[in-house]
Design a protein around this ligand. Structure first.
Ligand SMILES: [Zn+2]
Length: 402
């Protein structure tokens, strides 16, 4: 298949400088002058300028895609640099769109770059996506993934999908005109909290390079109209065992968005649909509703510090994993580690009479444990707001932030 309605390549010209730049493409019959002109005529929208967006933007720019749109509202942080190779150390603290634009400009000044420094939402998604030939999903959360899928189905555009977690990645091309969509595969999102994000579970730094390069390859093939695409196939990659596998996908005749009798005919509230926030990883409180969250008493790091300094007895319960404890901990303040999924079995060791401050990395998991302990009758509870990372920022800069 090929992308319909590309600008007629005859209307596109390549300068001598561009011909030199793309010579390794031009000498391949599968690309040639005509293919290179198609790439120049094409426009691709990247949802996310992070792990997947980094190799995607760089390779698509280098390949000569004429117009690249980037949607991202985040700023570069130190914890991004392990995998988001489009951003450098000197860009920490700057908007990702700025550093990505500079890098793309340096790779290929012939590329037009459009930037959208806002979260993709049900209100803006159709307007942002509409002008582009190919949409590429480089998101890290389910609400945005379903939003991207549904918007692509409604607009009749191909959605080049990729996802990464720890050592494993997936890629496919969801194009409802020709095959299944993401919802054909996953009609419903996973229960909140079942699938941790990369921010919670980690990701091998090189993994988005592999999956992002596969997505860039698929986008280029769609534009050239060459080869066999991943439409109808889900590619599975296991980096730890270095294995590729694939699953055949079928269009689901009952699909709520791309089936013959769709029930989703316009964009919906995807955060509600998935039961998790799309745009705030710091308070990933899976399985808790707003009322439960509102009942979690928050304590700021400075308040905890003042009370400890005043000699008050507060028991700090760290609910992270042992390998996180090895990075940073408050053991010098008497903190005790009981990983989140073992709190129930160790509940008897917690003193109901004592004030307990529950703490994790950024305050999400600990809020869940406060909620759990509340349900078991504990009353003197606090959630360390912002977790040990905020403690490190505001109270003790000697503690590393991760
Ligand atoms: Zn579908």
């Amino acid at each position: 298949m090929t992308i319909k309605e590309l600008i007629a390549p005859e209307a596109i010209t390549l300068t001598n400088e561009e011909i030199r730049r793309y010579s390794r493409h031009l000498i391949m019959p599968e690309v040639g002058m005509e293919g290179q002109k198609k790439l120049k005529a094409a426009s691709v929208l990247l949802i996310g300028a992070g792990g997947l967006g980094s190799p995607l933007a760089m390779y698509l720019a280098a390949a000569g895609i004429g117009r690249i749109g980037l949607v991202d509202y985040d700023v570069v942080s130190y914890s991004n640099l392990q995998r988001q190779v489009i951003h450098g150390t000197s860009s920490v603290g700057r908007p990702k769109l700025e550093s990505a634009r500079e890098r793309i400009n340096d790779i290929n000044p012939f590329v037009q770059i459009d930037t959208y420094g806002e979260p993709l939402t049900s209100e803006n998604a159709l307007v942002i996506m509409e002008p582009y030939d190919v949409i590429i999903d480089g998101t890290d959360n389910f609400p945005t993934r379903y939003l991207t899928n549904d918007a692509c189905v409604l607009l009749g555009k191909p959605n080049v999908y990729g996802s990464i977690f720890r050592f494993e990645g997936q890629a496919s091309v969801f194009y409802a005109e020709e095959g299944p969509c993401y919802r054909c595969l996953f009609p419903e999102p996973p229960p909140p909290g079942l699938v941790p994000s990369c921010a919670e579970g980690g990701v091998l730094g090189v993994l988005p390079g592999t999956i992002g390069a596969i997505q860039a390859t698929e986008a280029i093939k769609l534009i050239l109209g060459t080869g066999i695409s991943l439409i109808g196939r889900l590619l599975l990659y296991d980096a730890l065992n270095m294995e590729f596998d694939e699953v055949r996908l079928r269009k689901n005749p009952e699909c709520p968005v791309c089936g013959p009798e769709p029930t989703v005919t316009e964009l919906i509230d995807y955060e509600q649909f998935c039961g998790v926030p799309a745009h705030d990883h710091s308070l990933y409180t899976a399985g808790m509703d707003g009322a439960e969250l509102a009942r979690v008493p928050q304590m700021s790091p400075s308040e905890l510090n003042e009370r400890l300094n005043a000699g008050e007895k507060l028991f700090i319960l760290d609910v992270r994993e042992p390998h996180e404890w090895a990075i940073s901990n408050l053991s010098h303040l008497g903190a005790v580690l009981i990983p989140k999924n073992r709190v129930l079995e160790h509940m008897g060791e917690l003193d109901t009479a004592q004030e307990i401050v529950v703490q994790c990395r950024t305050g999400g998991r600990s809020a869940e444990i406060v909620n759990l302990l509340q349900q078991h009758g504990y009353k003197k509870l606090h959630n360390l707001d912002g977790g040990i990372n905020r403690w490190a920022r505001e109270v003790d800069p000697s503690i590393p932030i991760y």
